[in-house]
Design a protein around this ligand. Sequence first.
Ligand code: DGL
Length: 267
Amino acid sequence: MDRSRPIGVFDSGIGGLTVVRALMERLPLEHIVYFGDSARVPYGIKSVATIEHYTAQITDFLLQQNVKMLIVACNTMAAVASQVVQERARDIPVIDVIEAGALAAVEQSGGHGIGVIGTPTTINSNAYARRIHELDAGARVYSQACPLFVPLVEEGWLDHPVTRLTAQEYLRPVLAEDVASLVLGCTHYPLLKPLLKEVVGPGVRLVDSATTTAQLAAARLQALALMRTQTTRPDYRYVVTDVPLRFQTIGERFLGRSLGQVERFEW
Ligand code: DGL
């Protein structure tokens, strides 16, 4: 396969730009095509059938862009529709945030409990717990849905008393257990890291699924001899299904740099 083909990254909206940001840092030479379904976000409160249908459409779009690897940046899609992606991708390697996050959590927990937070659909699917138990059958996993975090992050309330109070409330039952790590099982949560660090205290490590996914992608590209070798500047394409109000500001907050040109795609 041609190593200079882009990596396809996708999410329900623009939250997956946290994964793109981590990829740009870890794999600075790779071309990236990002697809965000901003017209239909949020997915985290939708039914499995709807999410599967949307996931199939996005996967097909990215395969048409001739990608060499697919990265499911959305935890909700990874939780309930990873099979859909695998079936359509065939021999194109697929990485998802749950695989990466579960691996890192097991490595970091040292036999203590593992906390997992995510959208209601992700938590109800039990996908993180299942993956963690495949890696360590004896692991104790404590999960908590945090539905208010996505709107709070999109509002930009990253260091706000309302967000702090919400986090304390959501995390109380998890922190009552002996947890050594807390998996941030949603694209939006890495932006809450400083606040969550304060709430969980020094004894709990936060597992950021964005950075762990970038590490896993790098290892997989290396193993498959698919790393891009040219040293010219890579191309970054951002394709979204809607450009709502404040899109640029929120997107740049997730990406940590200027977004540049954004393409709009209609189904
Ligand atoms: N991208 C979703 C996730 O990581 C969060 C936003 C949504 O609910 O669509 O679970």
